[in-house]
Design a protein around this ligand. Structure first.
Ligand code: PEP
Ligand code: MG
Length: 549
């Protein structure tokens, strides 16, 4: 048996035979075009066929996110600029499939050049090209196989059209060679509850029917497991799902020490099940793909929809986190163009320096929605680097009548100055995704740097420990809302360090709840101490008694 490594993006374990996504159609060598009008008709028929198929899938999708993504693809396919450009290519001598492929290649290059979020959407365009080319050539649509038995789906990357139709009882797990933690594969797999690993080197070389076991938490993929082992992995996963479905109530260690288990959401529709509250409301999702910012009233409604679903419960709203991997078209005018290192540039709270009205409108909208509902609304800023920035943000919140203000700790400078920051704010929330990226100088989207981005890295644990200690001294809460909070074993470390709340995708909460309930606070402290004393992530896991990683 050998092990491949990728990034775990949707927790859970699964095992089964590998099946690759049906390959995309290859273009035949360019024929001479004798009848340009017939080629243009062929383009229109292909567009109509593909749009109808994608619409059918959108209507059948059980999941809102999936349906929206598919509808966005229909819009791309039926956009007149696409057919106009294809017509022009046909006039210049191309056949229909070649014309469509060339036009979509130009769109793709533009998305890639834009970088970040848009660059991750190139799989949507590739999928559209493959479908349109297949339709022109009269070939079957590329897509997910249906062999009549459960399997592990392997692909270079998955387009929304593929992921949206997935049935979790047949597709037991997903492994992709590309994609990042914020790609559609990751987002949709998490929402569907299918264990998934992305950026897994070597997965494309596996032959169909090889049996693998994957861990969507750690990113490990074991190749060549026996059928018996696969059956026992799936049986254990099924038992876990049943016990998780029944698991309820607030987060507590075995001896009753409370650790709030909160949800990371992008809007009201992500609120599933019974949650103690929201620890990270990523408001930037409201602003994505817009050329104008959402108006104040639109924001009030979006915030109120979340607050009114959680009367009496805590909702931590994060103000706009734009820039780098989250480019916002409407801010483009205010931001420097072509930054060489956007992740080190104007992003997060720094955007407010360029566009102060964006922050003040947002704070007004949050305050209005909070006043109209009964949620316990807390507000925090992303990407704070200094105590002065924290103090300025807290003053702005208070001026808008928002009494509970905090900051995210995502920059090592802020972690080191946590005691000073806590003089001006009421709480800290550690964003371990960015804190890892900036501590290890390792782009969080790079699968090949996954080892540096491992939350068990002792340097990261030391920074978290410093923040937790600062919180204890100040008597103020310190939570974690990065992906590391969703790792049940790492949650024990965080609890042992004194972290008071853990915020994660709602589906991840039951496993963390179970892990906490099985350990006393003293055991968590011992696990944390052992992890902190280690020199490598593997040693940290092993020292904490969580296996060699
Ligand atoms: C983080 O950086 O850990 C975090 C929670 O913020 P985001 O993932 O939205 O950047
Ligand atoms: Mg962040």
């Amino acid at each position: 048996m050998r092990e491949l490594r990728g990034i775990g993006v949707s927790p859970g374990r699964a095992a089964g035979p590998v099946l690759h996504l049906a390959p995309p159609p290859s273009l035949p060598s360019p024929p001479a075009v004798l009848d340009a009008e017939a080629e243009k008709d062929s383009v229109r028929r292909a567009v109509a066929l593909v749009a109808a198929e994608l619409t059918r899938r959108a209507d059948a999708a059980v999941e809102d996110t999936a349906a929206e993504v598919l509808r966005a693809q229909v819009l791309m396919a039926t956009d007149e600029t696409l057919t106009d450009a294809a017509d022009a290519a046909i006039e210049a001598g191309s056949a229909a499939p070649h014309a469509l492929a060339a036009v979509l290649a130009e769109h793709r290059a533009a998305f890639e050049a834009a970088g970040g979020y848009l660059a991750e959407r190139v799989s949507d365009l590739d999928d559209l090209r493959d479908r349109l080319v297949a339709a022109c050539l009269g070939r079957p649509m590329p897509g997910v196989p249906s062999p009549g038995h459960p399997f592990i789906l392997v692909a270079r990357d998955l387009a929304p059209a593929d992921t949206a139709g997935l049935d979790p009882s047949v597709v037991l797990g997903l492994v992709t060679a590309e994609g990042g933690p914020t790609s559609h594969t990751a987002i949709l797999a998490r929402t569907l509850g299918i264990p998934a690993v992305v950026r897994c080197t070597g997965i494309s070389q596996l032959a169909d029917a090889v049996v693998v076991a994957l861990d969507g938490g750690t990113g490990a993929v074991s190749v060549g497991v026996s059928h018996d082992e696969a059956a026992s992995v799936n049986a254990a996963a099924a038992r876990l799902r049943t016990s998780w479905a029944a698991s309820r109530g607030p987060g507590r260690t075995a001896d009753g020490h409370p650790v709030a288990l909160l949800a990371n959401i992008g809007g009201a529709r992500d609120l599933t099940g019974d949650v103690e509250g929201v620890g990270l409301f990523r408001t930037e999702l409201l602003y994505l793909d817009r050329t104008d910012p959402p108006g104040e009233q639109e924001q009030v409604e979006a915030y109120a929809a979340v607050f009114s679903a959680l009367p009496g419960r805590k909702v931590v709203v994060r103000t706009l986190d734009a820039g780098a991997d989250k480019p916002l078209p409407f801010l483009r005018g205010g931001l420097p163009a072509g930054e060489p290192n956007p992740a080190l540039g104007v992003r997060g709270l720094r955007v407010a320096r360029r566009a102060p009205q964006v922050l003040s409108t947002q704070l007004s909208a949050i305050a209005t929605a909070a006043a109209a509902t009964d949620a316990d609304v807390w507000v925090m800023a992303p990407m704070v680097a200094t105590p002065a920035e924290a103090a300025e943000f807290a003053a702005a919140c208070r001026a808008h009548g928002l009494p509970t203000t905090g900051v995210m700790i995502e920059v090592p400078a802020a972690a080191l100055r946590a005691p000073a920051i806590l003089r001006d704010v009421d709480f800290l929330s550690i964003g371990t995704n960015d804190l890892s990226q900036y501590t290890f100088a390792a782009d969080r989207m790079r699968g090949d740097l996954a080892e540096l981005l491992d939350p068990w890295q002792p340097a990261l644990i030391a920074l978290i420990a410093g923040c937790a200690a600062a919180g204890a001294t100040a008597g103020k809460p310190v939570g974690v809302c990065g992906e590391s909070a969703a790792d049940p074993d790492f949650a024990l470390v965080l609890t042992g360090l004194g972290i008071s709340s853990l915020s994660m995708a709602p589906r991840s909460i039951p496993a963390v709840r179970e892990a906490l309930a099985a350990h006393t606070l003293q055991e968590c402290r011992q696990i944390a101490k052992a992890a902190l004393a280690a020199d490598t992530p593997q040693a940290a896991r092993a020292a904490a008694g969580r296996g060699a990683g």
